[in-house]
Design a protein around this ligand. Structure first.
Ligand code: AMP
Length: 410
């Protein structure tokens, strides 16, 4: 016998029992985002590798280590660069700005699998492209907060910071690099190697020596220019007006290079090591990186599995069944025709598909939670009301009408 095949590590099956909870995420996302004017977009599951190299950044862990790539393409590790590519491809700059889009689908990262961290996971995201107004940043954050609240995510914390514009960040980068070189001996080898390419990641380091050095490191917040400072102040004022609680965290680092100005992350203390439920920020330089005209944008992405892990499990109502058709073997074709008729009439109808005895079929009807069972014998038909246990003899052409009438009466 051949050995049993297994799903790849870091992937999971969405079983029927898991589907309703995931559906609530989709329904809540659609309701909340579309009420704010966001419209759904879906881009392909794979794109040219170059899109992510340019969009997410050559120096990022995502591009260097975490992409599944083949023949010049990569499975998408994130959604913002693809949505910006689509914005450019379809000339969306001609639409009223900002163009507001949302999406929900699978994403792929070649990470070390652990609880809450998968190699294929789902994200819901929203992007508002074409305006650098602080109200866009605030709206994106408020909408993600609304979604997390709606799903019942527990013990949430919102951290925000401003990364400034590329110009102010470049100045700060040099100051930080000089500081890191001065303390090179106390840093982890990994952080030392990143001084040239990605010095900001040092704030993210787990090793205690590096963390001690970073406690006294120069902060980006002290190097923002006046415009960046004012933009950030307006975003936080708007959040305060919306009643959103947040913490300023000037050590916040995001694993993607495209951010400018506002960045934010929601974490849940109810989760373990992988506590990030969703985050995002502004990416005013991204469109140019992709070869388009300068176009500001801001968005969020939140992990579907993480949001569900952070939420109270809610009991899901079982799917209903209005009519179950049980049949003796000579009556199969009639049962099949009646099931089809019932479904066309809008009823939830099932019939026995396993050649069970009448007794076995009644048990099966019970398991499906059927409201009525029609039992087709060679010499007649009985309709049983499963709530009251009452049975009556009926004509077959009247079965569907009888169930519809009974359902109306409820
Ligand atoms: P990021 O694009 O890295 O900011 O990720 C946005 C959100 O996607 C995170 O806050 C997580 O909720 C989720 N996420 C990212 N990577 C993974 C992963 N490997 N497995 C599950 N969820 C993830």
């Amino acid at each position: 016998m051949s050995s049993k095949l297994q799903a790849p590590r870091g992937t999971f099956d969405v079983l029927p029992a898991d589907a309703p909870a995931r559906q609530t995420v989709e329904d809540a996302s659609k309701r909340i985002l579309e009420a704010a004017g966001y419209r759904r977009i879906e881009t392909p599951a794979f794109e040219s590798t170059e899109l992510f190299a340019r969009g997410v950044g050559e120096a990022t862990d995502i591009v260097q280590k975490e992409m599944f790539s083949f023949e010049g393409f990569s499975l998408r590790p994130e959604g913002t660069a693809p949505v910006c590519r689509a914005y450019l491809d379809h000339g969306m700059h001609k639409l009223p700005q900002p163009v507001k889009l949302w999406y929900l689908g699978p994403y792929f990262r070649h990470e070390r699998p652990q609880a809450g961290r998968y190699r294929q996971f789902w994200q819901v995201g929203a992007e508002a492209i074409g305006s650098d107004d602080p109200s866009v940043d605030a709206e994106i954050i408020v909408l993600l907060q609304a979604l997390l609240d709606e799903l019942g995510a527990r013990e949430l914390r919102l951290r925000i910071a401003s990364l400034g514009t590329p110009a102010s960040r470049a100045g700060y980068r040099e100051v930080l690099q000089a500081y890191l070189r001065e303390h090179a001996g106390e840093l982890s080898a990994e952080t030392r190697e990143r001084i040239d390419l990605n010095p900001l990641r040092a704030f993210d380091a787990k090793d205690p020596g590096t963390q001690r050095v970073m406690d006294d490191a120069p902060r980006l917040a002290d190097h923002l220019d006046d415009d960046d400072r004012e933009h950030f102040a307006q975003v936080t004022d708007l959040l305060a007006r919306a009643g959103v609680e947040w913490e300023h965290d000037d050590r916040l680092v995001r694993g993607l290079d495209y951010y400018t100005r506002t960045i934010f992350e929601f974490t849940s203390d109810a989760l373990g090591a992988q506590s990030g439920v969703g985050g995002g920020g502004r990416y005013d330089g991204l469109m140019e990186q992709l070869g388009g005209p300068a176009t500001p944008g801001c968005g969020f992405a939140a992990g579907v599995e993480r949001m569900l892990l952070a939420s109270e499990a809610r009991p899901q109502p079982a799917a209903s069944c209005d009519l179950f058709l049980a049949w003796e073997s000579s009556e199969r074709a009639d049962a099949f025709a009646l099931a089809t008729e019932a479904r066309r009439a809008g009823l939830a109808a099932q019939l026995d598909l396993a050649g069970r005895s009448i007794k076995g079929q009644m048990k099966q009807a019970d398991r499906t939670g059927a409201r009525y069972v029609a039992i087709l014998y060679p010499d007649g038909t009985v309709l049983r009301d499963m709530d009251s246990g009452q049975e009556e003899k009926v004509e077959r052409p009247g079965v569907v009408a009888g169930v519809l009438k009974g359902r109306h009466a409820l």
